[in-house]
Design a protein around this ligand. Structure first.
Ligand code: NAD
Length: 282
């Protein structure tokens, strides 16, 4: 165990990320020395392809770990000495540990969503789930849903080819489940048979206000999860809660990935409720 931790976040436009203060505050509460620096590619004027050089330089300068975000979650793969089974199946790494001089890749985006679902919506029905949006966040969420035990997963995306390709890839990884896709706008039938629905599109962000699906299709028996966390209470979460649905806001996933990364980096057990409370203050 290190006496102190030096951690970096590598990505584009991440200077305002909430992840560094979440880690630092939790470390303060745990009584350990922990500095978490944003390494913003747009500020240092480097392309995503620089992630390998930055990791090796950071390793040599004594960094203990890195979080990796857009646009480097795939670009980083070829620079790692080892990759966890889940990160390899997901084809994306968001956490790199420096251990005995080696770079070890993990993914806490999917595990963070899985933990969020288990703790934020305990007992939620997992028979059939609909997910809207199959980009970067959506890939991690879909994998987490299947890992959590979802039997039938239906994906949809404005880019129908992307949803179909993601469904086909997941069907290979989870051969005992039903994974399929439907064109956006044809959700009525699948939602009628679904237990829950997840938004993994950017719709609902303060920069993309609106609703990612027709909320007339929601019934009180559905649970509704969002990945958007700016704002924490999206239009979708508001409408769903008003209809009587159980809801899981995107803050849970944002905190979940940080909780799991903090645990991997330090080996200590972070306090998820304390980290969520701090996140909501930021
Ligand atoms: P992305 O661009 O990789 O993917 C978004 C996908 O949504 C695309 O495939 C796009 O075609 C699809 N889409 C957009 N509008 C749609 C609509 N109306 N209907 C159906 N599909 C639609 O983006 P991303 O990296 O996956 O990020 C998506 C959102 O997730 C962002 O707003 C981001 O802030 C959020 N996010 C949250 C967390 C978290 O921890 N809570 C983590 C990562 C990303």
């Amino acid at each position: 165990v290190s006496e102190s931790y030096l951690v970096g976040l590598i990505g584009e436009g991440i200077t305002i990320s909430l992840t560094p203060p979440m880690h630092e505050r939790e470390a303060d509460r745990q009584g350990i020395r922990y500095l978490y620096r944003p390494i913003d590619l747009s500020v240092i004027n480097r392309p995503g392809e620089a992630v390998g050089d930055l990791l090796r330089q950071g390793r040599d300068l004594g960094y203990n770990a890195f979080n990796i975000t857009h646009p480097c979650k795939q670009l980083v793969l070829e620079h790692l000495d080892e990759i966890s089974d889940d990160a390899r199946r997901l084809d994306a790494v968001n956490t790199v540990l420096v251990q005995d001089g080696k770079l070890m890749g993990h993914n806490t985006d999917f595990s963070g969503f899985g933990t969020a679902l288990a703790h934020g919506l305990p007992g939620a029905g997992l028979g059939s789930v609909v997910q809207v949006g199959t980009g970067g966040a959506g890939s991690a969420v879909a994998y987490a849903l299947l890992k959590s035990g979802v039997r039938t997963l239906t994906l949809t995306d404005l880019d129908a080819g992307r949803a179909a390709a993601r469904a086909a890839a997941l069907a290979v990884l989870f051969p005992d489940r039903q994974v399929g896709s439907v064109p956006a706008g044809q959700l009525a039938d699948v939602l009628a048979a679904a237990d829950g629905v997840v938004n993994a599109t950017p719709v609902g962000m303060h920069t993309h206000p609106g609703l990612p699906l027709d909320t007339d299709l929601l019934e009180p028996r559905h649970w509704v999860a969002d990945v958007i966390y700016r704002p924490v209470e999206t239009e979708l979460i508001k409408v769903a809660a008003a209809k009587g649905c159980r809801v899981l806001d995107g803050g849970h996933m944002a905190v979940g990935q940080a909780v799991d990364a903090f645990r991997l980096i330090t080996g200590l057990a972070p306090d998820p409720a304390r980290m969520r409370a701090h996140f909501l203050e930021l």
